[in-house]
Design a protein around this ligand. Structure first.
Ligand SMILES: NC(=O)c1ccc[n+]([C@@H]2O[C@H](COP(=O)([O-])OP(=O)(O)OC[C@H]3O[C@@H](n4cnc5c(N)ncnc54)[C@H](O)[C@@H]3O)[C@@H](O)[C@H]2O)c1
Length: 358
């Protein structure tokens, strides 16, 4: 069975990405006969939905299958949860020649990937991505990690999966709001590198997106990480909408969910892009319309001063200038010479913010 995409990596062979393939078909296709032990890691929801069928498939491929799960939710993407998973694996005698099979959204993938990165100094892992955000973003690119009270994703490692399944058949059980958050990332990918994807999103119904949209979006991520595996430069373009988005999350004590914060962050940064790089008004209007259609509520009133306080405390802010990755038009990102990020004065950010939140 041919994968839909392949992700080249600096060390070793490219890893395959399958889309919409049944789990019981995917696992035997990618399973390495040397992996004698399988460890399934999912969150409480994805384990309840899929744990048993994944374990059945793996039972035909490995000598032993250990199923582990943790409570669903971003608040559990912690060192403590990682430690509990590792302890369970150590107690069960899981050895180096195992494979960790992560089943879930971005939280389960990041956490299980990080367990795999450090368990016995690194073991193989596979991603079965069940949320839209997991499929178009977290499953690809080898970033793994956990949050700490000081911030999100601060502890982690690059550790590429051996194979990825974008399990689009699972989207039917994903809560609608999670679909919208995932669609916000698809819009980001379209603006960053795929005008045809934006056309497709504009004409799709607001239900679970087609496999074609998931795949086109994942393809943008693959194209970027293939050229910049370790975030030395180009990978920064994926931060479009995130400078403002992260600040909204932090300034509201993480009460605004990530997908919603990034959607509004993109609106502010696209407005900034019009001012800084002359992004055409028609492009800005399309971005506004497509994000508007996602129906993600405007974040609760958050004065700009709270965001600027957040930025001024951030070590990355130099001489009162914040860095943003901005498009000059849909599909073309600006400032390659500057490592794909543009220093922006607080005053200019304030104007863009007020333009969006007037
Ligand atoms: N590693 C990366 O490159 C990368 C990129 C983007 C985001 N992320 C990370 O991803 C995380 C967010 O991912 P997320 O939005 O998928 O969150 P999530 O994993 O918490 O999933 C959202 C919710 O949907 C549930 N769920 C998942 N699949 C389901 C299904 N098929 N049916 C029913 N419920 C399902 C989960 O249990 C959870 O309650 C963040 O921690 C973020 O940092 C990582």
């Amino acid at each position: 069975m041919k994968p839909s995409l392949e992700v080249p990596v600096s060390e070793g062979s490219p890893y395959p990405v399958y889309c919409g393939t049944a789990i019981e078909q995917f696992l035997p296709t990618v399973w390495d006969r040397d992996w004698r032990q399988a460890v399934i890691i999912g969150d409480s929801k994805t384990s309840a939905l899929l744990g048993a069928s994944v374990a059945r498939s793996l039972g035909r491929l490995a000598d032993s299958v250990l199923t582990l799960s943790f409570s669903a939710g971003e608040q559990n993407k912690t060192r403590q949860t990682k430690e509990a998973l590792e302890d369970a694996m150590l107690q069960a005698g899981v050895e180096r020649g195992c494979c960790v099979v992560a089943v879930g959204g971005g939280v389960a993938l990041d956490l299980a990937g990080f367990v795999a990165a450090t368990y016995l100094r690194g073991v193989a892992h596979i991603h079965i991505a069940t949320s839209l955000l997991g499929q178009v973003d977290a499953a690809i690119g080898g970033k793994t990690g956990v949050n700490t009270p000081c911030g999100k994703n601060l502890i982690g490692a690059f550790h590429n999966p051996r194979a990825v399944l974008l399990a689009t058949q699972c989207l039917s059980t994903l809560p609608e709001v999670e679909l919208r958050y995932g669609m916000a990332e698809c819009v980001k990918h379209a603006v960053v590198g795929s005008p045809p994807l934006l056309d497709a999103i504009e004409s799709c119904p607001p239900d679970p997106p087609s496999d074609s949209i998931v795949l086109q979006s994942a393809r943008v991520k693959v194209a970027v990480v293939a050229r910049d595996e370790r975030e030395q430069g180009l990978r920064r373009v994926l931060n479009f909408g995130h400078t403002v988005g992260h600040a909204i999350e932090a300034a509201t004590g993480y009460l605004v969910p990530h997908g919603q914060a990034v959607a509004w962050g993109m609106l502010v940064e696209a407005t900034l892009a019009r001012e800084r790089f002359g992004m055409p008004e028609t492009d800005l209007e399309r971005i506004r319309a497509v994000i508007g259609r996602l129906g993600l509520r405007r974040p609760a009133p958050c004065p700009f001063d709270r965001l600027s306080d957040h930025w001024l405390k951030d070590k990355k802010t130099q001489q009162g200038q914040v860095h943003c990755s901005l498009p000059c038009r849909i599909g073309v990102m600006a400032d390659q010479a500057n490592g794909w990020r543009t220093p922006v004065r607080m005053q200019m950010l304030r104007r863009a913010w007020e333009d969006v939140f007037k």
